[in-house]
Design a protein around this ligand. Structure first.
Ligand code: AMP
Length: 222
């Protein structure tokens, strides 16, 4: 099983991926997180992509694929995995199918407006040290500006700034259409209303995954 989450930055993909991971036990793979880790650790890849990411632009397909490849063939991904932020264009979808094409696939497209995204991202804060995510409106840390978990400072991610949010949304709309058409043709695409509260969105996602898993099991046993 492979669950692919598609949606603009701030649509709640990461949160839903986390919930799917907890419920079904498939590991969540976020290319944004893998790239940010590489930047923080100052690896060769990290140094190459730092500026591109800061500007909200997409990193080259081969670089992202290299990180994904290393991760999806790990033993913990054997029975399934969740992709958050990959593929982001048609070429990446083809590359993924070339390296791991036999899996049952569910693609969840999270639908949300730019207004709602701007509202969410402008209040998001992340810990510089452990990466914990807060929201100064509905998920505040105990002490302003300080991480509950490790006591380090909370910051606004460079690419969560308003001008960058708009640019990331524009790039998303520009690149996503062919990808959506591709998955729609494959009949693996499901659209989910992302404006609703987290638990409601997850309920919808769970019913989609449960249904597909049941179909997969019936196909295996017949
Ligand atoms: P995210 O956390 O998914 O919003 O990703 C943050 C940034 O990482 C993006 O704005 C891109 O610069 C880069 N990135 C993440 N995933 C990909 C991908 N699949 N292809 C290209 N760039 C990516």
């Amino acid at each position: 099983m492979r669950v692919i989450l598609i949606g603009p930055p701030g649509s709640g993909k990461g949160t839903q991926a986390e919930l799917i991971q907890q419920h079904y036990g498939f590991p969540k793979i976020s290319t944004g997180d893998l790239l940010r880790e590489a930047v923080q650790e100052g690896t060769e890849i990290g140094n190459k992509v730092a500026e591109v990411m800061k500007a909200g632009q997409l990193v080259a397909d081969e670089i992202v694929l290299e990180l994904v490849k290393a991760r999806i063939f790990s033993p913990d991904c054997q029975s399934g995995y969740i992709l958050d932020g990959f593929p982001r264009n048609l070429n990446q979808a083809w590359l993924l199918e070339r390296i791991d094409g036999q899996r049952q696939e569910i693609v969840l497209e999270i639908l949300i407006t730019l207004e709602e995204i701007s509202r969410r991202l402008s209040s998001r804060r992340v810990c510089v040290n452990c990466g914990a995510v807060y929201n100064i409106i509905d998920n505040k840390p105990k002490v302003d500006g300080v991480c509950d978990l490790c006591g380090s400072a909370l910051i606004i991610r460079d690419d969560d700034r308003p001008e960058v949010i708009k640019e990331r949304f524009r790039i998303y709309l520009e690149t996503i259409k062919p990808l959506i058409e591709h998955y729609s043709r494959k009949k693996v695409l499901f659209q989910v209303d992302g404006q609703r509260p987290v638990e409601e969105v997850f309920k919808v996602i769970r019913s989609i995954i449960d249904q597909r898993l049941a179909i997969g099991q019936r196909e295996v046993s017949s």
